[in-house]
Design a protein around this ligand. Structure first.
Ligand code: F6R
Length: 606
């Protein structure tokens, strides 16, 4: 939520700040701004809307020249998107950009108003800027330390002090921030993808660490002014991974990247035909004997957990609860030291998932994180960690991250089942061999792009639609429905097919579209009956089914048929048309596919 960047070097930085912000627009895009030291002055340009509005503003008001500055792309939390509420914000001697939330901003604002200060915006950011200025007495670090002692919340700040031209300060509490180190230049950024065009070397700033980027070098301090020596990290992500490379949208590119992403994620975790998580430091012994497994996550990652529930319960016969992280953390959950809690997160920074992880640890459970972003908070804090190796996911609507998350769930399910003796080695080998074939099958599903495009054309004018399925197909239909809602803005519901008759079927009117996922052979007849019931009431039914499943014309109007694969692995192929249907519906509606309204990719606030 919100992206922040900063630059100190030898080059004129306005364009560098805009270029790095472009890479962070997925974190928020309702306004943007930069502040640059122009000699002794801090020049600020900001504008509501996308970065192009900021560029236009700069064409009109002039591009600030200078070699040090900070920038911001916003996802509004306090105060509507407007020029005034856009960052950077000023508080006298101090200009800042901010990602996250200052929870006690009201209290601080009242305190500062009592001291005679005035505010021009509705943001918590301006409060932080004014507080920094209030504590500023010529020593920036002292002001930052004092501020950190008095603000609560989850946030990261990029800061410039008028009296220190050419120097950028940064600090964080929870919200991610990295410090990039290039040749005679340094950066701050919410995410390493922002700076890949300039450098791959970076420091991970920990909570309560202060970075000072000056023309004379970059240093990091703790709140006691101790200079820290930290390991320099190296990003091995290909810089092209964060470019569209000829695709119309990142989402489409990422859908196409799925076969490769799965291959990369599973390849090094299979030895002699069996799952082998030892490269992640996880042995079979560590997965044995848990009484309950809880999978906790948000949104699409939670849907990956639902697939995990079905497969772990089926293969390993261990009860699995899937929880929405924001519910789990406030529900006093029944988690004990005999339980395993699996946290799934692409970004590794989702505030609720991180809180759920910490709570699980407090409750004594063993925790295992499935995370895509290297070095993220969830990755660092979990007892066990399996990285999904999807490379950066830029589109706000998650596709390849979901695919690799479920790939890891398969590896885990096979391993837990083997560890508990619920399946023998032969069965495990057989399942693993089928998993290895999945990238090829996913590729074939991606090639059905035109069929999905056609299906999308039948939905584009719908006001509402239903997704149905049973078992794993139900888990999948939830993901299909979320994807469509996110980017097409068409309302949809996903329903367990057998549950329709208990109320929801009353929504069906002539021509209403419905998407049925039918891949589980033992459930086909049941789901097909439900499709017929919908069709008899006027629904236009699209079926996404596995090859070999025959669906009569009184059950579906349009069928997308996938390659044959074992039922248990079918979510990996069946999700692809659901993603493509959502994608093309959004394209046909003329929506901004990669940056859907009101959303941001990394949800670092509650
Ligand atoms: C939907 C989507 C979100 C995320 C959710 C969790 O396409 O991307 O629902 O899945 O916000 O994010 P992570 O995985 O970063 O914890």
């Amino acid at each position: 939520m919100c992206g922040i960047v900063g630059y100190v070097g030898k080059h004129s930085c306005a364009e560098i700040l805009l270029g790095t912000l472009e890479k962070l627009e997925y974190r928020g895009y309702d306004s943007a701004g930069i502040a640059v030291f122009d000699h002794d002055n801090i020049e600020v340009r900001k504008a509501q809307g996308r970065l192009k509005n900021l560029r236009e503003r700069m064409e009109k008001d002039g591009v600030p020249s200078g070699v040090a500055g900070i920038g911001h792309t916003r996802w509004a939390t306090h105060g509507e998107p407007s020029d005034i509420n856009s960052h950077p914000h000023n508080g006298g001697n101090v200009t800042i950009v901010h990602n996250g939330i200052i929870e006690n901003y009201k209290e601080i604002k009242n305190f500062l108003i009592g001291k005679g200060r005035h505010f021009v915006s509705q943001t918590d950011t301006e409060v932080a800027a004014q507080l920094l200025d209030y504590y500023y007495n010529g020593d920036p670090i002292e002001a930052i330390v004092e501020t950190m002692h008095n603000v609560r919340g989850s946030f990261a700040l990029g800061i410039m002090f008028k009296d220190f031209p050419g120097t950028v300060f940064a600090v964080r509490k929870e919200s991610p921030l990295i410090v990039g180190i290039g040749a005679e230049e340094s950066f701050i950024a919410s995410d390493v993808t922002a700076i890949l065009n300039y450098t791959r070397d970076y420091y991970l700033l920990e909570p309560n660490e202060i970075a000072v980027l000056s023309p004379y070098g970059t240093n990091i301090y703790d709140l006691h002014y101790n200079k820290l020596s930290k390991p320099l990290m190296h990003a091995d992500w290909d810089e092209n991974a964060a470019e569209k490379q000829g695709y119309a949208h990142f989402m489409l590119k990422e859908i196409h990247e799925q076969p490769e992403a799965v291959k990369t994620t599973i390849r090094s975790r299979i030895t002699d035909g069996l799952p082998d998580l030892e490269e992640c430091g996880i042995t079979l012994e560590m997965l044995r004997g848990f009484r309950n497994i809880h999978v906790v996550a948000c949104g699409t990652a939670m849907h990956a957990g639902l697939v995990g529930k079905y497969i772990i319960e089926e293969l390993a016969r261990v009860p699995v609860n899937v929880d929405i992280a924001s519910e789990f953390r406030y529900r006093d959950p029944l988690v004990t030291k005999d339980d395993l809690v699996i946290i799934i997160s692409q970004s590794g920074e989702t505030a609720d998932s991180l809180a759920a992880l910490r709570l699980s640890k407090e409750l004594g459970a063993k925790t295992l994180a499935i995370v895509n972003a290297k070095g993220s908070s969830i990755a660092r804090e979990a007892d066990m960690l399996i990285y999904t190796l999807a490379g950066p996911e830029i589109a706000v609507a998650s596709t390849k991250a979901y695919m690799v998350q479920i790939s890891v769930m398969y590896l885990l399910a096979f391993s837990i089942a083997l560890a508990n003796g619920a399946i023998n080695e032969d069965k495990c080998r057989e399942l693993t061999a089928e998993l290895v074939k999945m990238p090829e099958r996913i590729e074939k599903a991606v090639q059905l792009e035109e069929n999905s495009q056609y299906a999308a054309s039948t939905l584009v004018n719908a006001e509402s639609l239903l997704y149905i399925g049973r078992g794993l197909d139900y888990a999948l239909s939830m993901e299909g429905s979320l994807k469509l809602k996110e980017i097409s803005y068409i309302h949809s519901e996903s329903y367990a097919a057998g549950e329709l008759k208990h109320g929801t079927i009353s929504l069906i009117t002539e021509g209403m579209p419905a998407i049925a996922v039918v891949t589980q052979k033992r459930l086909v007849e049941k789901t097909v009956s439900n499709m017929k019931e919908m069709k008899a009431r006027g629904a236009y039914v699209i079926a996404v089914c596995a090859e070999g499943i025959s669906i009569e014309s009184d059950a579906a109007d349009y069928i997308i048929s996938l390659d044959e694969c074992p039922d248990i692995l079918a979510p990996m192929t069946a999700v692809v048309p659901l993603q493509l249907i959502a994608y093309y519906t959004s394209v046909l509606k003329g929506n901004d596919v990669d940056k859907p309204r009101n959303l941001a990719k990394s949800v670092t606030v509650e």
